[in-house]
Ligand binder design. Structure first.
Ligand SMILES: Nc1ncnc2c1ncn2[C@@H]1O[C@H](COP(=O)(O)OP(=O)(O)OP(=O)(O)O)[C@@H](O)[C@H]1O
Length: 259
């Protein structure tokens, strides 16, 4: 339902309502007048998968980049794990960042490295004192959690698009994040592979107890993964609700995403 018409908290499939990310009144303008975010308010609750919808260029990626400090907002507040991340020293921000996994739209692997080396590289960048056995066991655990244990010796050029996405996800999971930010995880994949990735996102949430923000244009992905959906328009959250609520929203513009 549209924000103006919200009389009560939207229903969610999850019961836990402890906020893990809280964004208040976020503003970001690029250049002189590209006002992308004009007062975004958003809460991600613990254990929740929150889907963000919005037309191209509506500021979905900018919003999640602000969360991890890749873009600095002009105004507003962002709390992650109850810490105000916009005004804390770099070392404290880094300690929070390692608890957040970010699966980029173009989550490219290093072409010259095998799958094992790609994952080990990420792991050892963050945890320097691991033995070779520990590295191997964590690499395998991450690969097995995306169903690709047997791809460990492959080079990226030998992988399909769907496999690359899974390996990218394994690379995110190897750091055992509590929050995962997915930026268009199924883009460029066929319907069946997209569904497999969406199912994997759901599986990760249940098995690893992660909380996630998922930016997507893929409504099948939204339907499968979303506990709650928010829709960005004109720099603010225009509508919020479950998939079932929003697909029959009174606002035609909101409904148009579901057709
Ligand atoms: N680093 C940047 N410098 C300047 N402008 C930027 C930057 N990042 C994003 N923008 C602008 O902000 C606007 C929103 O971009 P954003 O990537 O958040 O859109 P989006 O909603 O994620 O779109 P899409 O669905 O196409 O990925 C666009 O006009 C974009 O050009």
């Amino acid at each position: 339902m549209t924000k103006e018409k919200l009389h009560k908290e939207p229903k969610t499939k999850e019961k836990d309502q402890t906020p893990i990310i809280e964004i208040k009144d976020l503003h970001k303008t690029f250049g002189k007048d590209n006002k992308v975010l004009q007062g975004v308010n958003l809460t991600l609750n613990k254990g929740e998968d929150l889907v963000v919808l919005g037309r191209s260029g509506s500021g979905k990626s900018v919003t999640i980049k602000c969360i991890v400090g890749l873009i600095e907002p002009d105004k507003g507040e962002i709390k992650v794990f109850d810490e105000n991340v916009l005004h804390i020293p770099k070392n404290e921000l880094n300690a929070i960042r390692v608890r957040i996994g970010f699966l980029f739209q173009s989550g490219a692997l290093y072409d010259s490295m095998s799958v094992r080396e790609n994952l080990a590289f990420t792991l050892t960048k963050h945890q320097r004192d691991l033995s070779a056995e520990e590295i191997e066991s964590q690499v395998m655990e991450a690969l097995e959690s995306v169903g690709l244990g047997d791809a460990v010796d492959k080079m990226p050029s030998e992988l399909s698009g769907g496999m690359k996405k899974r390996i990218g996800l394994a690379r995110t999971l190897i750091l055992k994040p509590e929050i995962i930010l997915y930026d268009e995880p199924t883009t460029g994949l066929d319907t069946i592979t997209s569904r497999e990735i969406s199912e994997l996102i759901l599986d990760i949430k249940h098995k690893q107890k992660t909380s996630s923000i998922i930016i997507t244009h893929d409504m099948a992905c939204a339907k499968l993964t979303a506990d709650r959906i928010i829709v960005l328009k004109d720099g603010v959250i225009h509508a919020e609700g479950t998939y079932e609520e929003l697909e029959k929203d009174e606002d035609e513009w909101v409904r148009s995403f579901f057709e």
